[in-house]
Design a protein around this ligand. Structure first.
Ligand SMILES: NC(=O)c1ccc[n+]([C@@H]2O[C@H](COP(=O)([O-])OP(=O)(O)OC[C@H]3O[C@@H](n4cnc5c(N)ncnc54)[C@H](OP(=O)(O)O)[C@@H]3O)[C@@H](O)[C@H]2O)c1
Length: 314
């Protein structure tokens, strides 16, 4: 007999109202999968980009679709062949975005997509970490190979990805130049940024030069104006728009687009940094799962200063 669970899912693409809080079939773990009893689901810009339909040519989804690929919870069951994780373990993870997500009481994950949750974080805090932390980590360390002593310019440093990137780069021993609104400068100084520019008041390209790495979480005009700021041989990594290979070549630099991948090993390293007190998180809003539509309205307005998380159980 099929068991149901509560979920916030979409039957068609559109405005936040297409998110329906309703019964959905509870999944069963297959080979190499685990079933997570969700405690909290993190909300990310990709969630409303997928909900609105703007990603439908890039990621093929079957509707209805449960959104939300950042999760913290407890393992309810493990599928055949899973030996490294046990029922009852507290986990967190960034899930495969081609499948149903974590705006639900239960979600399936691949065994290599989840890691043990940082012990010092509550589930609502842990659920805010995986997507933004893995994006920053993969952009800076896997793609840009950022090393101690290098100079990195982080656009959108006050955002979810940017604020983790500032901390990872400082932890690596890099010099960080950050762009953010004036209201976020004090916080970025606390996170370790060496130089902070108010992008609403100054043009960064007038004062910054010779950087080794740029992390672009903004795209558009910000990306276009960034090329001349790089050293020869430097690299721009964007989270939002594919950098032009021709423009990069003309400047003697490289440009790459990052697309975050689930990675249990990296999440384990990130959990260690969190438990050592080396990373700070900024959670601004916690809403119940039934209010997923409100979470999207709020996030899309772009006025939040920290992460939004949906609490699934108390
Ligand atoms: N490719 C991938 O795998 C991947 C993964 C994760 C995220 N992303 C994308 O990356 C982008 C950022 O994600 P996020 O979660 O960090 O978003 P977020 O938390 O909503 O951050 C947005 C931040 O951008 C800042 N901002 C806006 N305009 C700016 C400008 N012109 N210059 C500098 N800062 C500016 C705002 O800072 P102030 O408040 O200081 O103005 C705000 O804090 C989104 O588009 C998301 O979809 C892609």
């Amino acid at each position: 007999m099929m068991t149901n669970m509560k979920a916030a899912r979409i039957h068609s693409y559109g405005a936040p109202e297409v998110l329906a809080y309703e019964d959905a079939p509870r999944p069963e773990p297959g080979e190499g999968e685990v079933l997570i009893r969700v405690q909290a689901a993190g909300v990310n810009p990709i969630d409303w980009k997928i909900r609105s339909g703007q990603m439908k040519d890039m990621i093929a989804h079957k509707l209805p679709l449960i959104l939300g690929w950042d999760v913290a919870g407890v393992l309810e069951a493990v599928g055949p062949g899973v030996t490294n994780l046990k029922t009852g373990s507290p986990v967190y993870g960034s899930l495969n975005m081609t499948r149903n997500g974590a705006y639900a009481e239960y979600v399936l994950a691949g065994v290599s997509d989840v890691a043990l949750k940082p012990t010092t974080l509550k589930p609502i805090q842990a659920a805010a970490v995986p997507v933004v932390a893995l994006t920053a980590w993969q952009a800076l360390f896997e793609i840009a190979k950022l090393s101690a002593g290098q100079r990195v310019l982080i656009h959108g440093a006050a955002g979810g990805v940017g604020s983790l990137a500032v901390q990872f780069a400082r932890w690596k021993g890099a010099q960080v130049i950050a762009t953010a609104s004036a209201q976020n400068h004090a916080r970025l100084r606390e996170l370790g940024a060496n130089e902070i520019l108010d992008y609403k008041a100054v043009r960064f390209e007038d004062t910054v030069e010779n950087v080794d790495v740029i992390l672009d979480t903004i795209g558009g005009d910000t990306q276009e104006r960034s090329w001349g700021v790089l050293k020869k041989g430097g690299i721009l990594v964007s989270t939002v728009s594919p950098p032009s290979a021709e423009t990069a070549a003309a400047y003697g630099v490289r440009g790459e687009l990052v697309f975050v991948q689930p990675n249990a090993k990296q999440l384990t390293e990130i959990a260690q940094l969190i438990d050592a007190g080396l990373l700070r998180l900024n959670i601004e809003t916690v809403l119940p799962l039934a209010d997923a539509d409100k979470a999207h309205e709020l996030g899309q307005r772009g006025q939040t200063r920290g992460k939004i998380v949906l609490q699934v159980v108390d």
